[in-house]
Design a binder for this molecule. Structure first.
Ligand code: NAP
Ligand code: FE
Length: 371
């Protein structure tokens, strides 16, 4: 039985964990660059908790609050210059996957002044990244516990890099912060959790431990999904938000071992081309992904449903009800132009059987007909 895995993050979760994690924060250095999006760190209350804690520790901080969704490399470069000028010892990201992934990228760039995009993606890192802290505000990506950063490069493509040096040193996960998520972002990020768990479960790289994470993640999600499908997201209380948040951590732990499969890779195309939010873009392919696996590895598909405790019919129904709308069309030119990106792609090669570029074209044609 294979349990191979590595996850060196000091993880503290639960209501009030930022303030109660003060001693852990104090170990990371004197000067902190805080990295956030425009508003979520403020409206969620996380920024106040973080700055109060740093202040009470006598640590100085400065704020870079211009990270957008699908964070851009150019913004990370600007932030890294701020970190260098201030002599930052560590980078603390507050937000969803976008701010957390940006913090990881900035930590690499700030340790290596003048680093180019080519050097970043070639792991030509002369000096190890600054220490990273993650304070999550979505129940979605699980970036809090992964060695992955997904950044949009100047050509408009989402490109990830994976490296053990970008695991956060510390992750402080207080589900209270997710209470301010809008219903639409709640849904888009929650279905991303399902995508991580499902893609990890069926990955060729899955092992016993990653499947335990994936199954546990979905088992936490499903009761909340049933509530969301029946009553909407407005009624989610702290308990439900905590389940979603913990599920997102399990999803992160799972993909940390396995990576993702074709829905994530194909989802990037929807985000890059049409601006579809990440979770939605990956979730729209989940039914196709399950059906593909049912054809290629029927016994594993049956085991999946049995272990998560869900019928096929209910699984499809929840996916349909919870995945936010994705009303786009794709013409043959776009499908042809994307064909080559499916060839030799690492996530696609993680699929069971052989998911070919022609199959990817077919999925796009069927789902987003141009008329
Ligand atoms: P996000 O892009 O971080 O945030 C989506 C939106 O939600 C933003 O407008 C954000 O506002 C807002 N928001 C976040 N938290 C909020 C809160 N508590 N209250 C109110 N609004 C809030 O969304 P995400 O789905 O978490 O992250 C997606 C990114 O993560 C993508 O780039 C994806 O590729 C990446 N990703 C990374 C990994 C990994 O392992 N590293 C895995 C999967 C996906 P602000 O702009 O004000 O922050
Ligand atoms: Fe994702």
């Amino acid at each position: 039985m294979n349990l191979n895995s590595f996850m060196p993050v000091k993880l503290m979760t639960g209501a009030g964990c930022v303030r109660s994690g003060a001693k852990e924060l104090a170990k990371l250095g004197k000067v902190c660059l805080i990295v956030t999006g425009k508003s979520s760190a403020k409206v969620s209350g996380a920024l106040q908790d973080v700055t109060d804690t740093l202040d009470s520790n006598g640590q100085s901080w400065l704020l870079f609050d211009a990270i957008g969704q699908n964070p851009r490399l150019t913004d990370c470069m600007t932030a890294s210059e701020k970190a260098i000028a201030a002599g930052a010892d560590f980078i603390l990201g507050i937000g969803g996957g976008s701010a957390l992934d940006a913090a990881k990228c900035i930590a690499v760039l700030a340790a290596n002044p003048g680093m180019t995009q080519a050097q970043l993606y070639a792991f030509d890192w002369k000096i190890p990244p600054l220490k990273i802290v993650a304070v999550g505000t979505t129940a979605g990506t699980g970036s809090e516990v992964t060695k992955v950063s997904v950044i949009t490069t100047p050509d408009g493509r989402k490109k990830s890099f994976h490296h053990e040096a970008i695991f956060p040193a510390l992750s402080l996960g207080d589900p209270t912060y997710t209470m301010s998520l809008s219903p639409m972002v709640t849904r888009a990020t929650a279905v991303d959790v399902l995508a991580h768990c499902a893609e990890s479960f069926f990955s060729r790289s899955a092992n016993h431990i990653s499947r335990c994470y994936a199954v546990e993640g979905i088992r936490l999600l499903l009761p909340v999904f049933r509530m969301m499908a029946e009553h909407g997201c407005e009624t989610l209380d702290y308990d439900a938000r905590e389940k979603l948040y913990c599920a997102s951590i399990y999803g992160g732990l799972a993909i940390n071992v396995t990576g993702t499969c074709f829905p994530h890779t194909m989802g990037y195309l929807l985000t890059e081309t049409f601006g579809i939010p990440h979770g939605t873009a990956c979730a729209v392919f989940q039914r196709d992904f399950y059906e593909y696996n049912k054809t290629v590895v029927p016994e594993l598909a049956a085991e999946y449903l049995e272990r998560i405790g869900c019928s096929e019919e209910e699984y499809f129904c929840l996916l349909e009800k919870l995945t936010p709308p994705c009303e786009v069309t794709m013409d043959e030119d776009l499908i042809a132009a994307s064909h080559d990106r499916w060839i030799g792609n690492g996530s696609i090669q993680k699929c069971q059987g052989q998911f070919t570029a022609d199959m990817a074209d077919e999925v796009l044609r069927r789902k987003f007909p141009a008329n």
